[in-house]
Design a protein. Structure first.
Length: 447
């Protein structure tokens, strides 16, 4: 059967209540109308062909749909999906009952790797992939590049960087410069392969020498950027050796994250940050706190956050009236962020005995200094409550009020709404009007 007749038949078939009832009994769900039409057209398995008369996919028979769990060994009921089409390579078109849409399911990865409200669009992508695959396997070099793109971007198939690179390399061996450029990009950014800038440069040069204009331009720009980076790195190293805390912090963060030309060295990173911290630089202390927190060394992390929070705010920053400009200062920002993080440790009881009251004190301090998120988030936890946080509306309103007065627009909007509607709190039109005025002033400043 061809694709268009298949679509017409399976999307408009008169509903067969007996067939639908069998599927409902097998899966235990009420089935939406569009799926009822599809199931009603099912009788035996049908192969849907492309223009070369090779099968693009197979429509499952009614019995195969009903017995799919047993035949395929997949608990489709638990996954809330019904398989209807075999797209080959252990991939199935399924109907997702909870989302009420169509999805492409990979048995190998046990995931939905693409989904759409339109069955036709999903199958069109799958058919495109199958056609490109057939051409590539027959030796069509342009199709090899297209197939690499499909695997790279997940077009009609599960995204797979390794397979993408394999097909690019096959095309490159035949002399395709676009494939060479794509391989260079893969090595440069680590797509489907370990990041390797030396190999990336080799492939860029091959593509450029083969006449690829984009590769030529990219290579020239990239090499220029790398030279600037090397120069900046050398200057940073020189300044760091002289005790410049900003450079020490930069080097430390770069080594920890592997930002400098892909070079990652935790020992060097910690060494640089410790030197900057010893010289009183708050951003280095905060970064050390982040490092030890990520390593689940909570007491050490908390100690560094405390040190950062205790640092003196530069006079010029303290005198700055614009709160946004204050937060753009790295020292001030690190102090404020560290104060908020200390609150989180008390809230969760990490590295210190759990104390929600002390946590709130730290959150309020952070909010007063410009952190407009952390207090609002925890006020919301208290307002709604959950299995870990006891609901406390009065305390939440108190904290929302502080957050709103400190400029948090979300807090202002909630307070205006609640006081106006009288939801969760006594109706108070005077307070509602106050917050509506604050909201208007906020938007006027933004505009």
């Amino acid at each position: 059967m061809k694709f268009k007749p298949f679509l017409n038949k399976y999307t408009t078939a008169p509903i067969d209540e007996k067939k639908v009832a069998k599927v409902v009994k097998a899966y235990g769900w009420d089935i939406p109308e569009e799926l009822q039409h599809f199931i009603s057209a099912c009788k035996r398995d049908i192969f849907v062909e492309n223009d070369s008369f090779s099968a693009d996919f197979k429509v499952l028979s009614l019995d195969e749909i009903i017995d799919a769990e047993t035949d395929l060994g997949i608990d489709f009921r638990a996954l809330k999906m019904i398989p209807v089409i075999d797209c080959y390579d252990n991939q199935f078109l399924v109907y997702q009952m909870d989302k009420r849409n169509w999805g492409l399911y990979s048995m190998d990865d046990d995931i939905i790797f693409d989904e759409n409200e339109s069955m036709e669009e999903l199958l069109s992508l799958t058919r495109y992939f199958e056609r490109v695959l057939a051409k590539a396997e027959s030796g069509d070099v342009e199709a090899m590049v297209e197939l690499g793109d499909c695997y790279s971007s997940g077009i009609g198939v599960r995204s797979n960087g390794s397979k993408s690179l394999t097909w690019y390399k096959k095309a490159a061996e035949i002399g395709n410069s676009e494939a060479m450029k794509n391989i260079a990009e893969a090595y440069r950014h680590g797509y489907g392969v370990k990041r390797d800038e030396a190999k990336a440069e080799v492939w860029y040069r091959m593509a450029a020498n083969s006449g690829n204009k984009e590769a030529q331009a990219t290579l020239e720009k990239w090499l220029s950027e790398k030279e600037k980076e090397r120069t900046e790195w050398e200057q940073r190293q020189k300044k760091a050796a002289e005790g410049d805390v900003v450079s020490l912090n930069y080097l430390g963060r770069s080594y920890l994250g592997g930002y400098h030309l892909g070079e990652k060295d935790v020992e060097k990173g910690l060494e640089c940050l410790l030197k900057a911290a010893e010289l009183g630089y708050a951003p280095a202390m905060e970064r050390l706190g982040e490092y030890y927190e990520s390593a689940s060394q909570d007491e050490m992390a908390l100690a560094w956050y405390r040190k950062a929070a205790e640092q003196e705010i530069p006079t010029s920053v303290a005198e700055e009236e614009d709160p946004h400009r204050r937060l753009r200062n790295p020292i001030y920002s690190s102090i404020v962020d560290s104060i908020g993080r200390i609150g989180l440790f008390y809230w969760d009881g990490r590295g210190v005995e759990k104390d929600r009251d002390k946590a709130i004190e730290w959150f309020v301090q952070a909010s007063n200094m410009g952190n407009r998120v952390i207090l609002h988030e925890h006020a919301a936890l208290l307002f709604w409550g959950n299995e870990n946080v006891e609901k406390d509306v009065d305390k939440a309103i108190e904290l929302f009020t502080i957050s709103g007065n400190n400029g948090d627009i979300s807090s202002m909007e909630w307070l205006a709404y609640w006081f106006k509607k009288g939801e969760q709190v006594p109706k108070d039109l005077e307070k509602a009007a106050y917050w509506e005025k604050r909201i208007e002033e906020w938007h006027n400043r933004k505009s």
